[in-house]
Design a protein around this ligand. Structure first.
Ligand code: IPE
Ligand code: IPE
Ligand code: MG
Length: 262
């Protein structure tokens, strides 16, 4: 199938889906009600990202820190992941979406793990939107695991950033271009720490169950107008050139040269 969709300049979008609990509490309902309502928003945003020509969408659904929440709440979140996979499976396959879960899901019910793995396998060759759920995920945990594996496999090699990237769980999604966090908090909460290095950040006061595809699209068009400089002041450099240039200039910019020149 020929893909005639216009590509978004924001290739990789990451979302911290926050505010479910407060949304429910404000309505005098149990927190889990917010999670249930929030789960329905997920499908709408996945569709909107696909329509907007985004190439990767990474959604934070459960952090390593969220394990310290009450068991009853944790169990509902597990159940919602399972439900999502069951409910969306056909649509994901039909739309050529490539599905993946990052994080340590080995403590989830076996049946859920099986459903996740099955959908990952069935969609691994898909060339549409790369949809990733971060579940039982922590940025530091990911970096540590990647580093341990890399160190084992490359004992005597010179280690580069590009090499390290290959060991990350999002290795084929590239750096994050835009991070959206709903719910009004302005923090990263251990999400994609390495990949966020040069991401544009957008914080919305909307709580996740109230988030809409309309707001999502408005954010995309607003952020697309921002000028991303990557530390440079000249215009017209592609990010790849910039990385190469900054390496070329490493010696030139060493402290010694610096003090001699100025
Ligand atoms: C985000 O909503 C979902 C998860 C962290 C699992 P919260 O549950 O954190 O909702 P608030 O932030 O307490 O409102
Ligand atoms: C971040 O939200 C994790 C997810 C949205 C899955 P939290 O609600 O857990 O983060 P903090 O506690 O406000 O930092
Ligand atoms: Mg929260």
């Amino acid at each position: 199938v020929l893909n005639l969709k216009e590509q978004s300049p924001l290739k990789h979008i990451a979302v911290i889906m926050d505010g479910n609990g407060r949304w429910a509490q404000q309505r005098h309902r149990p927190r889990v009600w917010g999670h249930i309502r929030g789960a329905h928003v997920v499908s709408e945003i996945v569709e909107a990202a696909d329509e907007a020509g985004v190439s990767a969408l990474t959604l934070y659904a459960f952090s390593t820190e969220n394990w310290s929440r009450p068991v009853s709440e944790v169990k509902v979140l597990f159940a919602l992941l399972k439900k999502f996979v069951q409910r969306e499976r056909n649509k994901i396959i039909r739309n050529q979406v490539r599905f993946r879960v990052i994080g340590d899901i080995t403590h989830l019910p076996a049946e859920t793990q099986k459903l996740v793995t099955q959908l990952e396998q069935d969609t691994s060759h898909h060339c549409g939107l790369k949809l990733t759920f971060a579940f039982s995920y922590g940025g530091r945990d990911e970096i540590l695991k990647a580093f341990q594996k890399m160190a084992l496999e490359n004992k005597n090699d010179h280690i580069t950033e590009e090499m390290f990237n290959q060991y990350l769980m999002t290795h084929d999604c590239g750096d994050v271009d835009l991070l959206i966090r709903t719910g009004g908090e302005m923090r990263v909460s251990n999400f994609l720490l390495w990949q966020l290095a040069y991401a544009e950040l957008y914080f919305s006061k909307t709580q996740w169950p109230d988030f809409t595809s309309e707001e999502f699209k408005n954010i995309l068009s607003e952020v697309s107008k921002r000028q991303r400089r990557f530390g440079f002041i000249q215009e017209g450099f592609a990010p790849k050139d910039i990385v190469r240039k900054s390496h070329e200039h490493k010696d030139y910019l060493s402290l010694e040269t610096h003090s001699e020149r100025f």
